[in-house]
Design a protein around this ligand. Structure first.
Ligand code: MN
Length: 418
């Protein structure tokens, strides 16, 4: 696959995150505050609602873009997803007959505010990165009990909160919570002192299913992917997590990148899940490559300082794909819905610099990370900005994910006075 040339010339640079091969879906507003669906192309955004209203996009049936989210297109299903992508490619390729009409529907990326691109129905987070699970398990339970006995047989997860999901750029307030450190005799209620990030990929379920689905069907149901930061308060987590799993430790916020990178754009980058220690049961056995080769980085910038890249890894490192997670999620008969968001689990590689959480990077706070500014970090400090970035590298082009960033603000003096 090579780069498809666009008449929006900024899209043709080999390092442009949004070439015509990508066409990620977002929601934007300009100074008038009117939020609408758009697709990123180079350094511009094409107003997709405007295209539909003016007849440049006409996919039969009811309007898909009269609301400021992509859920209506998602519900319409795969054939319509393909039709839209084909039409957008036609409109934005060189040559295009519609250039002059389209020019008035292009808005500069630099002049917009980006919003959540879809209505999140429900949020589930998994724990499917082997290196991450091994590292965290070693710290929490010791090396002998690092991987729980179920881990190599199924993707384990917990039901999170859709209400916690925010778009990149949203500030994150350090949470208060009930915590008990290793040296405390009794728990106390205090601001988290071990506030952390988790580098993840979020899969967005495009269409409903009320019945269990196969891994192949699950793969077809996925609409696209975003970067996801599952902000985590480790001191709350360590005290609360047994036996029902994380609860308040993960409930403060979950940030996602503003552009949905479609499954279609990622097709050339599919790769296999790893060798299995045990054969998987049929309901989660994968038959075709369902992971993706996506390079990922985490940057941390103290207030008014340049960012330091603190981790580099790849989505290939996962033990279970999103399709396997979705298939497993549905296996009990759990209904899955348009807009369901599935977090991959923290993505860590085998090497120390490939770890997707500060808990692992600083080994529970025992080995501080040194930033380019000379400062040390074990966990996130007030004023720090955390940025996740991702891109798949093609032949002379990249498929970029919009950055997923957030600044951590100090805890309130008293959260109950708010
Ligand atoms: Mn997580």
């Amino acid at each position: 696959m090579v780069m498809i040339q666009s008449w929006v010339t900024s899209a043709n640079g080999s390092d442009c995150p949004f070439p015509l091969n990508n066409l990620p879906y977002g929601v934007f507003s300009t100074s008038d505050g009117d939020s609408r669906c758009g697709v990123a192309i180079g350094d511009m955004i094409l107003d997709v609602r405007g295209c539909e209203q003016s007849g440049l996009i006409d996919l039969d049936g009811p309007a898909l873009f009269d609301k400021p989210h992509w859920n209506a297109l998602m519900t319409a299903g795969q054939p319509v997803w393909r039709q839209l992508r084909r039409r957008l490619t036609e409109l934005l390729s060189e040559p295009s007959r519609e250039k002059s009409r389209l020019r008035s529907l292009l808005v500069a990326h630099s002049s917009v505010t980006l919003h959540l691109p879809f209505e999140v129905a429900e949020f589930t987070d998994f724990y499917a990165g082997r290196h991450h699970a091994t590292n965290v398990g070693t710290m929490f339970r010791g090396a002998e009990n690092a991987l729980p006995p179920n881990w190599l047989h199924m993707p384990i997860g917990y039901n999170g909160r859709a209400s916690s999901v925010v778009v990149s750029g949203t500030s994150i307030r350090r949470p208060w919570g009930q915590l008990k450190g290793p040296n405390d005799n009794t728990p106390r209620f205090a601001p988290s002192a071990r506030f952390d990030l988790e580098l993840e990929l979020g899969a967005i379920v495009g269409v409903d299913s009320a019945t269990p689905v196969s891994v192949d069907r699950a793969d077809q149901m996925i609409f696209g992917y975003v970067l996801l930061n599952d902000w985590s308060a480790r001191d709350i987590q360590a005290w609360e997590y047994q036996p029902l799993g994380p609860f308040q430790a993960k409930a403060t916020a979950t940030s996602i990148s503003p552009w949905i990178v479609t499954k279609a754009a990622l097709e050339p980058f599919r790769c296999d899940t790893p060798e299995r220690d045990f054969p998987l049961l049929a309901h989660i056995r994968d038959t075709t490559p369902m992971l993706y080769d996506i390079d990922l980085t985490v940057q941390l910038a103290p207030q008014d300082r340049i960012p330091t890249t603190i981790a580099r890894t790849n989505y290939r490192e996962m033990y279970y794909s999103s399709a396997q997670q979705l298939a497993h999620h549905s296996s009990s008969g759990c209904p899955m819905r348009t807009g369901d968001l599935l977090g991959s689990g923290t993505i860590s590689g085998a090497e120390k610099h490939q770890r997707g959480a500060m808990l692992e990077l600083s080994w529970g706070g025992a080995e501080p990370i040194t930033l380019d500014s000379g400062e040390n970090r074990c966990f996130i400090e007030d004023g720090d900005t955390v940025t996740l970035s991702g891109a798949a590298h093609g032949d002379g082009y990249i498929i970029g994910f919009g950055d997923c960033y957030g600044v951590v603000l100090p805890a309130f003096d008293d959260p109950y006075q708010r």
